[in-house]
Design a binder for this molecule. Sequence first.
Ligand code: AMP
Length: 488
Amino acid sequence: MAVKKESENSFSEYPISEDIAEALKLLGYRQPTPVQQAVLPFALMGRDIVAQSQTGSGKTAAFAIPICNEVRWDEVLPQALVLEPTRELAVQVQEEIFDISRKKRLKVPVVFGGMPVEKQAVTIRQRSHIVVGTPGRVIDHMKRGNLILDQVRFLVIDEADLMLDMGFMDDVEYIVSQAGDGRKPQLMLFSATMEPHIDHLVDQYMHDPKRIILENDQKTAEGIEQSCFQTEPEEKFGALLDLMVMENPDNAIIFCDTREMVNTLFQKLRRKKIRCGMLHGGMEQKDRLYAISDFRKGIYHYLITTDVAARGIDLSEITHVINYDFPTKRENYVHRIGRTGRNGHTGKAFSFVSREELHYKQAVEAYIGTTIPWKTLPESGSLVDKQQEFQRRQKEKVVIRQAKGAVFDKDIQKLSIGGGRKSKLRAGDVVGAICAVEGVGQEDIGIIDVRDSITFVEILNHKGTLVYEELQSKPVKGKVRKVKMVQN
Ligand code: AMP
């Protein structure tokens, strides 16, 4: 494959194909992050990798770039499997891999619990290049014969320590033992910490892995200003309102210890007409995904959540983290406040601590090696001006933030074609009809998604209008069909 050489993009130092390099450029990735610099040369060489790195370090791209680069477009069965501990992480990682492989037109389905199995089955039974999923649902699809791992040449175990905490290690081991039809896939494991159980997996299944340790001794980023407020439970809600008025955060995550507290706080803030959303494990999967995507889009600026959102999830531009309930596990303090101050930005982390919670604060301080200073809130009466500013922000018109992948959309036009699986229309029929249009070839066709009675196809290189016009009178599998332009 062609090697991209471009002096302004240091990803050009690696032997990656032009379509991947171009996607990275469009995504705005100019310089590889430290974890990418450490992983890429070895992963591209085919070495197994064990990397200890923090979330938010760019580790998804560190494994996604080599995989997307090596995966062959013309194969039907999945060539790579990426295991994620939570559904939200699975979706986020799928999006990143999909973006990186956008120019190569790879299909990257995601499978996880809480959503209908059958719908996912239909998707993964079509041509799939890279499958991302949570262990339980992956095994479910393997056992149902929907997911065949014989051709898997790359396997990623992401957030391995969290997999372990959540009790998924046996499932992970089972999947690893089944992948690759006798030939062991290239294994890449990423973990925030290394524990004996993870070592066992490494010893058992990896061949001479390259070990990469990037985590420095400092557990919390320098750019995060941390402080605590001594607050008893009955004063806490008032204190939170004062804090929010005082800080008027651009984007904040407010952590509670329980689902019930998330619900309660959400209702209370809504009653005060403060725009916010909530996320916890007791919500329907659909609602959980909407909560994250609305927050990312900027539909609301405050997310109230349990520790579900503390790990891995990439919610960029978080300016404030507020521990409404102080975390009872010291590691969670580090994960929670690590949602801010990312990628060289600064951030603030505030915690409410009651007398009963003092020992948790001390435990965290011993763990992170610094004292978290106490602060006091100003009197509510002194916040009148700020109150108006805060209220104004609550009434501001929402300006939707574009998803990162939106940069690809302008070059892609999407068509819908009447007919699908029920009328035995296949992706090959669609390719055939489109390639019969003069001046259009396979390289102009993006993702094809065949549903029950409708098929969606992406047309690249600005040829969508041409294909749309031609297919108004040309047959697709022997029949002229209803073909429409679809808005992305
Ligand atoms: P991750 O640690 O994989 O969750 O990535 C954290 C964030 O960094 C994500 O928003 C990525 O899209 C972004 N990112 C990854 N690699 C780069 C890069 N080389 N340059 C800029 N941003 C990046």
